[in-house]
Design a protein around this ligand. Structure first.
Ligand code: ATP
Length: 701
């Protein structure tokens, strides 16, 4: 065989062969030696700990017991034929069961034999047993079992298991592999960084993650590998940012002009909060210094991001540029359009809306006015990044992100101008710090951390199904005061049919409890046509109806300050950030607002935490942190598409500190050596010379 390297195909590994190689490729995407080396265990079992039979129950993970075989018998017929062994220790007795390999096990085990049993207990018919445990004859002279106290557990699949590639099988392959390949693993982090943070070398870490001698070595290995993952993500992101500033000049918004000033002094219906002012200042500084702005604007629901967006656009217009806002849904785009029109009034600046349902004739007119420069501001959905849309001079692109657009789509907007426009990315709800640093680590961040004055914190209540009458009573009371009420139902693809039934039943119940002519109800759900939805929404906006029953289509963008009660049905089914977004639809006026979370009595542990969190706090930043802890970053909406979260070991909910250290180190490295030219940074330079998946540092355009 040719010389061995890390990219030697996996079939060349001793113990693999053609058939297993195919399976490894298909099931685990393991193609080469290094793919297997980087197939890390997902947990470890402490083989130094032994349980007593009395302590054993079905909720325990894989455990070890020492006991003596009392009896064994083969019971059942055909498929149900099994070997049942009674095992005893000084605290009790339990069963071990085998459905396969009966003869083999039967031969080894005999009454009186002391054995070590290793497996996952389960409760069955009130009895605790372990199916298919591993057994070894107990040898008190041997200090440890095997030479490892921590046994790694690998991900496997049913198919792999059928071919002896269960966790144990994979570990065997790794034993064959590490001797060969560990010496070939190269260091990626410069020595001075390793020393600074007391990190072990890469070959050492990879070996130890598979075969840790003890917990201490494992901890050191994991810390090193997590650091590496997070360090290189930051290196890519910050390198990108650096190159962008070097490469792109950026439009200069040199002066604050007529439109901005006029709007500020005579149109703005309220005083800006200090946070809004501060953010506007940050944007002003960014946009006048001749480099391209790339900024993330974070603010809690209702904190007034739209005004900041508008005033930034006016700044662009004052300096002879066009501006646009891209929103993820048609409803949201329309909402932005309406609120901006309302804020600026007629004939102040030219604003148009472009979405998938814009008529052909209007579309043509918009395209033309964009190109000849008579249109100042364009608001729309992803229709904006389609090819026929050409600006005369796009100076600012605002993306209302809701975590739904990827880096690719952002890049498409940049290309709409010869000089890339300034970019302002707004998120619907705050995102956790670690996620922001990773997903948007190449952007500067502005935070609106203050709500407009006079807003009363929303009071949140959790009620169970049997308290529904109380809830209806409360609705009547608020409606009598002239307020409006939202009632929101979940509508999730996976359970759509059932959800629609719930919605229907809900509408019926509400119609009965709130009859015409005294009460009028708007109904909006995702299955309706855009025009019908709009019609129903408008009835509510104009206060022709007092109750709006809706599915989550109203999650973002609805702004009816007179609505002061948000009722969320089956609230346990919503994610935390969704609940927070929904709650943010009320509390927009001066009145005291309420959010009522309706749920069944049967709450999962996570569901309980979600509802408790909502009742406890109104702080979007705190809520987003809890959300991340509960769900993990992969499940936060929109993160899946972004390859940056392809983390093997690091966990954004837990490894905030490592991430911060890695990011600071990278910032320091680029400050001292922007071109990575110093000898000590040679490894980092090499890193960029090899093609990296994800963001390409030399391909930003
Ligand atoms: N400084 C302010 N003082 C008083 N009201 C304000 C202020 N800034 C914004 N508002 C009003 O607060 C409401 C919420 O603002 P806006 O819609 O911009 O919030 P947002 O941050 O975009 O949040 P969401 O994503 O929930 O819509 C609007 O009715 C807006 O006119």
């Amino acid at each position: 065989m040719a010389e061995i390297s890390l990219i030697t195909p996996i079939e060349y590994l001793k113990g693999v062969g053609q058939h297993k190689a195919e399976l490894l490729k298909k099931e685990l995407s393991v193609f080469t030696f290094q793919d297997l080396l980087y197939h890390y265990p997902f947990r470890y079992i402490d083989r130094t700990r032994f349980y007593k039979i009395r302590e054993v129950n079905g909720s325990l993970p894989l455990i070890q017991i020492i006991g003596r075989v009392v009896s064994k018998e083969i019971v059942g017929e055909k498929q149900a034929r099994r070997l049942v062994v009674q095992l005893r220790d000084d605290t009790g007795i339990m069963e071990l069961v085998w459905f396969r390999a009966l003869k083999w096990i039967d031969r080894i085990l005999h009454p009186g034999l002391a054995i070590v049993v290793f497996g996952k207990p389960s409760d069955f018919n009130g009895k605790v047993s372990i199916s298919h445990p591993e057994v070894e004859v107990y040898n008190p002279a041997a200090k440890k079992l095997g030479n490892l106290s921590l046994q790694p557990v690998y991900n496997s699949t049913e198919k792999l298991k059928q071919n002896q590639l269960d966790s144990k099988g994979i570990q065997k392959l790794l034993e064959n592999l590490t001797e060969l390949s560990v010496p070939l693993i190269r260091e990626t982090i410069p020595e001075y960084v390793l020393n600074k943070y007391h990190l072990i070398s890469r070959p050492q870490a990879i070996k130890a993650v598979h075969f840790p001698v003890d917990q201490q070595e494992l901890d050191a290995a994991v810390r090193r590998l997590k650091f590496e993952e997070l360090f290189f993500i930051q290196l890519k992101l910050l390198r990108n940012r650096l190159l962008r500033t070097e490469k792109f000049k950026g439009c200069v918004f040199g002066s604050v002009g007529e439109k901005f000033n006029e709007f500020y002094s005579s149109k703005l219906p309220f005083a800006l909060t200090n946070a809004q002012k501060r953010v506007l200042k940050e944007i002003r500084i960014d946009t006048q210094r001749g480099v391209q702005m790339n900024r993330l604007l974070q603010g809690d629901v209702g904190s007034g991001k739209t005004v900041v967006a508008l005033m930034t656009m006016l700044l662009a217009v004052d300096n002879g540029y066009q501006a646009c806002i891209m929103a993820p849904t048609e409803i949201l785009a329309r909402q932005h359009y309406l609120s901006i029109q309302q804020l600026v009034g007629a004939d102040f600046v030219q604003v148009e809306l472009l979405t998938g349902s814009t008529r052909k004739k209007d579309r043509k007119r918009i395209h033309e006015s964009l190109l000849n420069g008579s249109l100042n501001i364009l608001i729309g959905t992803h229709a904006l990044i389609e090819d026929p849309v050409q600006f005369q001079n796009l100076g600012l692109a605002i993306i209302d992100e809701q975590h739904r657009f990827g880096v690719e789509q952002r890049a498409k907007l940049w290309r709409k101008n010869s000089v890339p426009p300034h970019m302002l990315v707004m998120t619907a709800t705050p995102i956790p710090r670690t996620l922001a640093m990773t997903l948007y680590g190449d952007l500067d961040v502005s935070v609106i951390d203050e709500l407009p004055a006079g807003r009363k914190p929303i009071k949140t209540l959790h009620l169970y199904e049997n308290q529904r009458l109380r809830m209806f009573g409360f609705m009547r009371q608020e409606i009598a005061k002239g307020r409006q009420v939202y009632v929101v139902y979940p509508l999730i693809k996976e359970s759509e049919k059932l959800d629609l039934l719930h919605l229907e039943a809900g509408i019926e119940a509400i119609s009965r409890a709130f009859p015409l002519p005294e009460y009028r109800i708007s109904i909006v759900h995702g299955k309706m046509s855009a025009a019908d939805k709009e019609f129903e929404m408008q009835r509510f906006v104009k206060h022709e109806t007092q109750i709006m029953v809706a599915t989550t289509v109203i999650e973002v963008g609805v702004n009816v300050p007179n609505a002061s009660v948000m009722i969320i049905e089956n609230s346990e089914r919503f994610g935390l950030s969704q609940l927070h977004q929904l709650r943010g639809r009320v509390g927009r006026g001066a009145e005291q607002s309420y959010c009522i979370l309706m749920s069944t009595n049967k709450l999962s542990a996570d569901g309980k935490i979600r509802l408790e969190t909502m009742v406890r706090t109104n702080d979007g930043f705190e809520i987003s942190e809890t959300d991340l802890k509960l769900r993990g970053p992969g499940n936060i909406e929109g993160t899946q598409q972004s390859g940056v979260l392809d983390l093997k070991l690091a966990d954004l909910a837990q490894d905030q500190q490592i991430l911060q250290v890695a990011r600071n180190e990278v910032i320091g490295i680029f400050e001292a050596d922007p071109g990575l030219e110093k000898e000590e940074n040679q490894l980092l330079r090499e890193y960029f010379n090899v093609r990296q998946p994800g963001i390409h540092w030399n391909k930003i355009s």
